[in-house]
Design a protein around this ligand. Sequence first.
Ligand SMILES: C[S@@+](CC[C@H](N)C(=O)[O-])C[C@H]1O[C@@H](n2cnc3c(N)ncnc32)[C@H](O)[C@@H]1O
Length: 285
Amino acid sequence: MAAQQGPRDATALDAADWLDVHFAACQPEYEALLRAVGIQSGWRVLDAGCGGGSHLPLLAQLVGPTGQIAALDLAPDNVATVQSRLAEQALPCPIAPRQGTLTALPYPDAAFDAVWCANVAQHLDDRALATALAEFRRVVRPGGLVAVKDVDMSLWRLAPADPLLIAALSRASLQLSGSDAERETRGSLRGRTLRGWLERAGLEAVWQRTTLIERWQPLRPIERRLWADWLAHLAALAEARGLESAELAAWRAVADADAPEHPLNRPDCYLCEGQVLAVGRVPRA
Ligand SMILES: C[S@@+](CC[C@H](N)C(=O)[O-])C[C@H]1O[C@@H](n2cnc3c(N)ncnc32)[C@H](O)[C@@H]1O
């Protein structure tokens, strides 16, 4: 099998092609989480941090022809990808992509019935997350919904491999005080506390659901590709972040998925990532 070229830095994990692979490998669980939010036919919904637009087809199906969707992302390349995809694939409702930031949303108060924000909170520091949640509350009408889905990397697991593989990388990253690595790592470990974040933002009737996305052999090619790329990326981070030699050796052992004894090539391979959905209602008065 040809070597998989992994994304090389954190920015690459936001590129539309990587997001497409991740979405395709996790589509059943991702779509079940989006269906669980409670989005209704005819609603106006903001996809906040839409990336390449992976969630837009199901969002458009949920709101139907009488609904409307706004798709916002910080990265102009991702907005351009959404625009070109919409030109090729007709969806059932109008969709308006634009560039902008979650921390200063370019929409009036109460413009939407719901906000859907998937896999973006992990990139924000605490202050930016609080600001984004206040913005979500502002642009959703009283009685509408704010839904935030995010990874929790403390639930990530590769076997057979060192069970503390990701913990070692996380610990080393957290020690890089003030760096992007520290911010991204804190964000990636915050998923299971989202319920409290929505409550502190003043949302009501907040609930949270955690889903483990578990895979065993035989892996689908898209699942193998996701994990081969992901492991190459994380192993490169491990090289850069000052791990202990034994921890670095454990990461080197999983860097190249073409190696015959690599976990992805073993019959007892087990893969797991954890995704958390938190949903709250904007107070009516
Ligand atoms: C991991 S991707 C998730 C994309 C999409 N929601 C999905 O689940 O496939 C994170 C996205 O958030 C965007 N992003 C990061 N910070 C942002 C901000 N402050 N405002 C808007 N978008 C942001 C990135 O450009 C990227 O497209």
